[in-house]
Design a binder for this molecule. Structure first.
Ligand SMILES: Nc1ncnc2c1ncn2[C@@H]1O[C@H](COP(=O)(O)OP(=O)(O)O)[C@@H](O)[C@H]1O
Ligand SMILES: Nc1ccn([C@H]2C[C@H](O)[C@@H](COP(=O)(O)OP(=O)(O)O)O2)c(=O)n1
Length: 234
């Protein structure tokens, strides 16, 4: 397990991007982190990795203790281009819709979420971090300097996911994707612990009519404004 950065975490700026499935969180967080030279945390990948490991070991979605145990002992390595679980490249496997679905079904379990907390916070290292997920701004990094709630209409998100799957040569059906997105949004938003919701201090960024480049520019602009304000206040 990685050792958390301990010296003075609050001095390391964090930008959080939370939002529903296929809103573009991963794409935008990765590009913004590259532009700023920051580290990047794809927290959804951790939930997907627990889901994959659990599916491979035939662990029941209700077996909180075993799932928490998997979360605590995940042997995972993130590289720029992929993710390695127990020494095996599982980058494509964790992106499967079935894996995202299983991740969403187990993500309400408190012991599992607790088991991933330190691992997520360990990504906070100088010079800064961009983190994406559902509860990055509300629970994992409540002192983030910039919190964004990224969203887009359900139809646009289904269209984006459809195109993404087709580009990878995976067949998909837009109606099924729409239905799956609605179910996942519903489950992620209505769980008791760390639900997907826009917290009061998160800035809303609706990307329905924006290109990827426009969204990245907007995030960088928001971050520059936050820094200007902080230096003006000092
Ligand atoms: N503003 C945008 N306009 C068009 N396509 C986008 C936009 N943002 C993201 N995408 C595309 O949508 C798909 C889903 O994005 P992704 O980053 O995986 O979303 P999330 O992490 O929220 O599930 C990807 O193929 C990505 O390239
Ligand atoms: N911070 C997080 C990240 C993901 N999850 C859960 C809920 C999500 O449906 C699954 C998969 O997340 P992921 O961000 O990879 O999914 P999408 O790319 O948005 O489709 O994991 C969570 O509960 N908290």
């Amino acid at each position: 397990m990685q050792v958390p950065y301990k010296m003075n975490d609050s001095a390391v700026p964090v930008i959080t991007l939370d939002g529903p499935s296929a809103s573009g969180k991963g794409t935008i967080a990765r590009l913004a982190s590259q532009a700023l030279g920051f580290h990047y945390l794809d927290s959804g990948a951790l939930y997907r990795l627990v889901a994959l490991a659990a599916m491979q070991a035939n662990v029941d979605a209700h077996d909180e203790q075993r799932l928490a145990d998997i979360a605590l002992h995940l042997d995972v390595v993130f590289s720029d281009t992929s993710v390695w679980l127990d020494g095996k490249n599982v980058g494509d496997e964790i992106r499967a819709e079935s894996c995202g679905e299983f991740a969403s079904r187990i993500a309400h379990l408190p012991a599992l979420r607790a088991g991933l907390l330190d691992r997520q916070r360990a990504f906070r290292k100088p010079p800064g971090l961009v983190a994406d997920g559902r509860d990055m701004g509300s629970v994992v990094f409540p002192d983030a300097v910039l919190k964004i709630y990224l969203t887009a209409s359900t139809e646009e998100r289904a269209h984006r996911r459809y195109k993404q799957l087709m580009d990878k040569g995976i067949s998909a059906n837009i109606e099924n994707l729409l239905q799956a997105l609605r179910e996942r949004d519903e489950r992620d938003s209505n769980r008791a612990l760390s639900p997907l919701q826009r917290s009061g201090d998160a800035k809303l960024l609706d990307t329905t009519c924006l290109t990827i480049e426009q969204v990245v520019d907007k995030v960088l602009e928001m971050y520059a404004e936050t820094r200007d304000k902080a230096s003006g206040d000092a």
